[in-house]
Design a protein around this ligand. Structure first.
Ligand code: XBP
Ligand code: MG
Length: 236
């Protein structure tokens, strides 16, 4: 029986990646790094989950002879850049530049009214989730979710299933009682590896990804009404 819906955040609950990209570029400019990610470059870089991991990957690409012996200094620098970037992203959300995708609130509302639990499983940072959902749902947003898994609680990023396994454990539920919602191939791989049926809602950054292993692919969550989801769930 369907008991819970587990939502990815970036690209699924909201089209956040343009704001993330802007925040990364604002950070690079502030730090005088001479880096600027185009949308095309960022679309590729999104194959690396996690903003810190993404910046470190780029740094290693542009400075291949970067010595690992300064590993501590490198990690410290990336951490500092990520704090600056997160502040820029939170400001963008507060200024109203990021909105939930169509159908998301309605599906969450319907699920809660029918006694289903909601959860979040994301590789983004806790501050980003709070900024997005307090603006979209209100200051009591956290009470709408039985469990929240994020970059701080599950540091091994998607496509590793760690964050989905953590959320299932925290909810005390079996994967067979839940459905996951994702937007990317990394997210699909993570949810599938945790044994979850996964509904994909692609976006401009991910619509070229391979979603062959998805349970369902829909344009957006207006196409996902609970009665439909239950019917799909009972028949597969
Ligand atoms: C998408 C990500 C995140 C964001 C940037 O997360 O991979 O890294 O791109 O956020 P999701 P951070 O699992 O929600 O799709 O800079 O906080 O990582
Ligand atoms: Mg995502």
């Amino acid at each position: 029986m369907l008991k819970a819906l587990i939502f990815d955040v970036d690209g699924t609950l909201a089209d956040t990646e343009h704001a993330h990209l802007q925040a990364f570029n604002q950070t690079f400019a502030q730090e005088g790094l001479g880096w600027h990610w185009s949308e095309a470059e960022y679309t590729e870089l999104l194959n690396i989950s996690g903003g810190k991991e993404r910046m470190l990957h780029h740094w290693r690409q542009v400075e291949p002879d970067m010595k690992e012996l300064q590993a501590g200094a490198i990690a410290e620098t990336v951490e500092r850049w990520h704090q600056i970037k997160t502040a820029y992203y939170e400001a963008a959300v507060r200024e109203g530049h990021v909105h939930l995708r169509l159908g998301v609130l309605a599906l969450m509302q319907e699920a809660r009214e029918q006694g289903l639990q909601l959860a979040i499983a994301t590789t983004t940072s806790p501050a980003n989730i709070a900024a997005l959902l307090s603006a979209a749902i209100g200051p009591d947003w956290r009470t709408h979710f039985l469990a929240v898994g994020d970059a701080s609680s599950s540091p091994i990023k998607k496509p590793d299933p760690q964050v989905y396994r953590q959320v299932l454990r925290d909810m005390g539920m079996d994967a067979r009682e839940c459905v996951a919602f994702e937007d990317s191939s990394n997210g699909l791989r993570a949810a599938n590896a945790a044994g979850l049926k996964t509904v994909i809602t692609p976006n401009a950054f991910t619509d070229h990804h391979d979603f062959g292993a998805a349970w369902r692919v829909v344009t957006d969550m207006r196409q996902v009404r609970l009665i439909e989801l239950r019917r799909w769930f009972e028949t597969t």
